[in-house]
Design a protein around this ligand. Structure first.
Ligand code: FES
Ligand SMILES: [Fe+2]
Length: 381
């Protein structure tokens, strides 16, 4: 398994020796209003419902017949594992008069029955199966009252869906060969959720992502923690279509490179952060994969929910690995809860207090630049 290729390692080592980093050709200025404007937030939410986003992980509905219900960007979904192993999602909205059909957050069912007047729908295709007292309706055409489908595709265990119900997308095309090649070696389709935590914060979703992919802050904001483990302001960015990946050296690689020692790609020397546009990222380690998704709030630009999941392949799950994974959760939590998010909270408040002008993303901040450039391109700015 080598995803950290030697080219990247050698480029990082050269930068470390020279005290430089990879850079894009220009700075980027992003209007501060983009973090506080209701209108902008509405545009972004609409965009996110039109793009393939990750709505869950296949292991949450591993067994045929299992389902989960979720509300994502305000859209209620029932996501099921069909008998043939494929995954489907339906709007959790009854075709009679709009009741929520399934209340349980997960379980196993063949038929979903609405509690209001008992209309029932098939797990396999959402088709309407039963209408109590159907003699009393003038006519209910069963074929035209299926639950509305939201096509869902599983890749590397991640469940992708276009929430608006748009059909014109292809999961392989969306991910592209480079992302595919990065994810494939981890066997995430066989991984399970080791830990799943959600945090609703009074911070715009883009600021949370900015903080999570930023390579310029570790030693300043996390002097006693992450800043001691990861070099600040040396990174390599690889763009994969709408997605991309930043590679960062650990301080140990920095010490070795600066001492003139040869360095190769090795998880002990460098790490990577794979950004899956628009709102997810995957940080891989030999033991586990850290998987983030940040959802804008459905009503305000000033709030978002960050879901962090750790994925582990079951055969790797030994006591020793569990301890190591929990330790890395502690480090992450320390950095995020005590340092990153409080800083981002001040930015959100400051943006509300002074929404004029722009924020600056330097040439050395390629990962953050990419997020804002891609959003601007998709929103037609
Ligand atoms: S609203 Fe669902 S059966 Fe009437
Ligand atoms: Fe941080």
């Amino acid at each position: 398994m080598t995803l950290l290729n030697n080219d990247v390692a050698h480029t990082l080592a050269e930068h470390l020796r020279a005290g430089t980093t990879e850079m894009s050709s220009t700075d980027l200025r992003v209007p501060i209003s983009h973090f506080v404007s209701d209108e902008r937030a509405a545009q972004e939410r609409r965009l996110l419902t039109e793009l393939p986003v990750i709505i869950g992980h296949g292991s949450e509905i591993a067994a045929p017949g299992s389902f989960m219900t979720r509300e994502i960007l305000g859209i209620p979904l029932i996501t099921v594992r069909r008998s043939d192993g494929t995954v489907g999602s339906y709007l959790n909205i009854c075709r009679h008069r709009g009741g929520r059909v399934e209340d349980e957050s997960c379980g196993k069912k063949r038929i979903f029955t609405c509690h209001y007047h008992g209309w029932s729908y098939s797990r396999e295709d959402g088709s309407l199966r039963g209408v109590p007292y159907d003699d009393f309706y003038t006519h209910v055409d069963k074929d035209r009252h299926s639950l509305r489908q939201v096509r869902t595709e599983e890749r590397h265990g991640f469940l992708f869906a276009v929430l608006s119900g748009g059909q014109d997308w292809d999961a392989d095309e969306w991910l592209g060969p480079e992302v595919d090649a990065q994810l494939a070696p981890y066997g995430l389709d066989g991984a399970e959720i080791f830990l799943d935590e959600s945090f609703t914060l009074d911070i715009n979703w883009k600021l949370v992502l900015d903080g999570a992919i930023d390579v310029l802050h570790p030693k300043f904001l996390h002097p006693e923690g992450v800043g001691k483990l990861i070099e600040t302001n040396t990174s390599v960015w690889r763009q994969y279509g709408r997605h991309g990946q930043s590679f960062s050296p650990r301080t140990r690689m920095g010490d070795m490179a600066r001492a003139g020692e040869p360095v190769d790609a090795d998880f002990r020397l460098m790490g990577s952060n794979l950004f899956l546009y628009p709102n997810s990222m995957v940080i891989s380690t030999p033991d586990h994969v850290e998987f983030w998704t940040v959802w804008p709030d459905t009503t305000t630009p000033h709030r978002s929910t960050t879901q962090i999941r750790f994925l582990v392949r079951p055969e790797k799950r030994t006591e020793r690995i569990e301890k190591r994974v929990l330790r890395s959760w502690e480090i992450l939590q320390d950095a995020a809860v005590n340092e990153d998010w409080p800083m981002e909270l001040t930015i959100q408040r400051n943006a509300a207090a002074w929404p004029h002008g722009t924020y600056l993303y330097g040439r050395n901040e390629q990962s953050c630049q990419h997020l804002h450039r891609q959003l601007a391109a998709d929103l037609g700015d």
